[in-house]
Design a protein around this ligand. Structure first.
Ligand code: NDP
Ligand code: BG6
Length: 524
C-alpha cells in the first residue's frame, strides 16, 4: 500500500519531500533479503515475455517482500499506452497477486516511443529522475531488454549515448539484463557483444537463461558439490553415457513467427541444454561465486567436441512435427501453426551425439535431445553407469535388470532417482531394476516449481551474476552449435518428421543404436 498514490506524470519534487513507501506484506517464511533501491526499466513492456514472465516474477517478489521499498518499474515500448493503461495491463496479466503487487503497480510508469528516436530516451531520463525524487530509487537502474532481439544493440547504444550506462546522480549501479537469443550464430553473437560492450562493461551485463533460475538446475551444483559420495563416480570410469532431455508437449503456440527464425537448436540447445550440460559435467569450482562457477562452465564448454560440418550431419538428427495426438487431443502439424510457412524447414526436434574431450569424460557419449510436441513434458539429466563386469545371475533371472542410472529430474516432479537392481520377492533369485526417489515436493513442503524468473530478476537487481551467462560462455556455446547450423543450411537440411505426441523420429534411435545405446524412456 502506498501512502499517496502517484498521478500519471508526477512533477519532480525536492529531496526534502517525504517519499511514499511501499508497505511490504509480512512473509514469515520468505528470506528477508531485499533488492537495493532501484528503478527497473523494461524495454518491450507491451510484449509476451513481460506479460507472462517478468510481471508475474515481480508480483512474486513484491508479495514475498523481496523488493526494496524504494523501487519502481518503468515500461518502454512503441505501443501507445499511458501510465494507467500499462498499470491496467499489468493487473490483467497478474490479477491474483496480493497487496504488495497492487501497491507496486500503482507506481508503474510508461514511456511510449521508437528506440531510434532520442526523444524516447530523453523522456525516459525524465521519468527516471522523477522516480529518484519521488520513490528514492537513488540513481540505481536495471535496464531489461525484453523486446525483439534485433533492437538489443540499438537500445544498448542509445542508453550509452544518453548517459544511462552509468548510475544516475548518487547511484551505485546501472545494469543491463539481456534476454535470449543472444545472436543467431557465432558471428552475430560476436557482433551483438561488440555493440553491447561498446555501451556497457561486462560486469554490468546480465545475460539471462531462465533455466539457470530453476531450483533443480541449481540443485545439480548441490548434489555434486555438497556430497562426498558422488564425486568419486562422476567420471568415465563409472559413467557409461549421459543423456540430457528437454522435451515439451506444447507446440510453438502463438510464437510461430519467432520460432521460424530460431528452431530447436537455437531456441533450446545453444542456451538451456548447454547450461545444464556445463553444470553437470564441469569440474568442481573452488567457490560458488560468479567468477569461479562461470570459469568452470567455460572450461567444460571448451572441451565439447566441435565437429566439422560433415561430422555434424553424422552426429545429429533434426526433425519437425506433423499432426498427431498429444494428451488425447488431436493437434496440427508445425507447418499448419499460425505464423509458420507451409513449406517451413525449421526443426522442432534436435538430437545430438556430443563428446567431451577431457580427462574426466573422454569416451563417454553425451546424448542430447529436445523437441516440441513430444509425448510428455520432461526435462532430465540421466547418468547411466557401466554394467557390472560379470553378472552371476542367469539371463532369465536378470532380464529386467538395467544399468544403474542416476536421473536428475529438472521438471516436472523435480527430484533425483537412483535406479539399481533389487531382488524380486519370491523363491527364485530374480533381480530387477527399482528406483529410489527423492522428490522435492516431499522433502521441501513449500517447494513450488518456478520458471526461474523471480530468482534471476532478484539476482540481477542485487548484482549477483553467478547464474547469468558470461560473454565467453555464450561465445563457446555458439562455437559448439554453429557447425550443425552450417551443416543443415543446405536446402531441406536433412529434415525428418515425427508425429506430434511421440518421442521424435525413428532415425534419432539409430543415432544411439550405432553404439549399442538407446534413449531412456522417462518415467512419467
Ligand atoms: P514479442 O513478440 O511479444 O515482442 C516484444 C515487444 O517487442 C512487442 O510487444 C513489441 O512492442 C516490440 N516489437 C515488436 N516488433 C518490433 C520492432 N520491429 N521494433 C521494435 N520493437 C518491436 O516478444 P516476446 O515478449 O515473446 O520476447 C521478447 C524477448 O524475450 C525475445 O528476445 C525472446 O526471445 C525472449 N524470450 C521470450 C520468451 C517468451 O516466452 N515469450 C521466453 C524466453 C525468452 P511495441 O510494438 O509496443 O514496441
Ligand atoms: C524458452 C523457449 O527459452 O524456453 C521456449 O524459447 C520454450 O520455446 C521454453 O518453450 C521452455 O521453458 P520451460 O521453463 O517451460 O522449460
Amino acid at each position: 500500500m502506498i501512502s499517496s498514490a502517484p498521478d500519471s506524470a508526477p512533477s519532480p519534487r525536492g529531496p526534502s519531500i517525504a517519499r511514499p513507501r511501499l508497505v511490504v506484506p509480512p512473509s514469515p517464511s520468505a528470506p528477508r533479503e531485499r533488492t537495493p533501491p532501484l528503478a527497473l526499466v523494461i524495454f518491450g513492456a507491451s510484449g509476451d515475455l513481460t506479460s507472462r514472465k517478468i510481471l508475474p516474477a515481480l508480483a512474486n517478489l513484491a508479495d514475498r517482500g523481496r523488493l526494496a521499498e524504494e523501487f519502481t518499474v518503468i515500461g518502454v515500448a512503441r505501443t501507445d499506452w499511458s501510465d494507467e493503461e500499462f498499470r491496467r495491463a499489468a493487473l490483467k496479466d497478474v490479477p491474483y497477486a496480493g497487496e504488495g503487487w497492487r501497491a507496486l503497480v500503482e507506481r508503474f510508469r510508461y514511456v511510449a516511443g521508437e528506440y531510434a528516436s532520442s526523444e524516447t530516451f530523453d523522456r525516459l531520463k525524465e521519468v527516471l529522475a522523477e522516480a529518484d525524487q519521488r520513490y528514492g530509487t537513488s540513481g540505481n537502474r536495471v535496464f531489461y531488454l525484453a523486446t525483439i532481439p534485433s533492437v538489443f544493440a540499438m537500445i544498448a547504444e542509445a542508453l550509452a549515448k544518453e548517459g544511462c550506462n552509468v548510475p544516475g546522480e548518487g547511484g551505485e549501479f546501472a545494469r543491463l539484463v539481456v534476454e535470449k537469443p543472444y545472436g543467431r550464430d557465432l558471428a552475430s553473437a560476436l557482433e551483438l557483444d561488440a555493440a553491447v560492450h561498446h555501451a556497457f562493461d561486462e560486469d554490468q551485463i546480465f545475460r539471462i537463461d531462465h533455466y539457470m533460475g530453476k531450483e533443480t538446475v541449481q540443485n545439480v551444483l548441490a548434489l555434486r558439490f555438497a556430497n562426498a559420495i558422488f564425486e568419486p563416480i562422476w567420471n568415465r570410469r563409472y559413467v557409461e553415457q549421459v543423456q540430457i532431455t528437454v522435451a515439451e508437449s506444447i507446440g510453438v503456440e502463438h510464437r510461430g513467427g519467432f520460432y521460424e527464425t530460431a528452431g530447436a537448436l537455437r531456441d533450446i540447445v545453444q542456451n538451456h541444454v548447454m547450461q545444464v550440460l556445463a553444470l553437470t559435467l564441469m569440474e568442481p569450482p573452488t567457490g560458488m561465486d560468479a567468477t569461479h562457477v562461470r570459469d568452470e562452465k567455460v572450461k567444460l564448454l571448451k572441451a565439447v567436441d566441435i565437429p566439422t560440418p560433415d561430422e555434424a550431419v553424422d552426429k545429429s538428427v533434426r526433425a519437425q512435427y506433423v499432426a498427431g495426438v498429444v494428451d488425447q487431443v488431436a493437434v496440427p502439424g508445425y507447418r499448419e501453426e499460425e505464423g509458420v510457412a507451409p513449406d517451413s524447414t525449421t526443426e522442432t526436434y534436435v538430437a545430438l551425439r556430443l563428446r567431451v574431450e577431457n580427462w574426466r569424460w573422454a569416451g563417454v557419449p553425451v546424448y542430447v535431445r529436445t523437441g516440441k510436441r513430444l509425448a510428455a513434458r520432461v526435462t532430465e539429466v540421466a547418468l547411466q553407469f557401466h554394467s557390472v563386469p560379470f553378472l552371476a545371475f542367469e539371463g532369465e533371472l536378470a532380464r529386467q535388470l538395467r544399468p544403474n542410472t542416476l536421473v536428475l529430474r529438472i521438471q516436472p516432479n523435480e527430484g533425483i532417482s537412483l535406479h539399481f537392481g533389487a531382488k524380486v520377492p519370491g523363491e527364485e533369485f530374480r533381480v530387477q531394476s527399482v528406483a529410489m526417489d527423492f522428490l522435492y515436493d516431499t522433502a521441501f513442503r513449500d517447494n513450488r516449481e518456478s520458471d526461474g524468473y523471480p530468482r534471476l530478476l532478484h539476482d540481477a537487481m542485487c548484482g549477483d551474476a553467478t547464474l547469468f551467462i558470461r560473454t565467453d560462455e555464450v561465445e563457446q556455446a555458439w562455437r559448439i552449435v554453429d557447425p550443425y547450423l552450417e551443416a543443415w543450411s543446405e536446402p531441406g537440411g536433412g529434415l525428418h518428421f515425427y508425429p506430434a505426441g511421440t518421442w521424435g523420429p525413428h532415425i534419432a534411435d539409430l543415432l544411439l543404436e550405432r553404439s549399442g545405446d538407446s534413449w531412456r524412456v522417462p518415467e512419467l
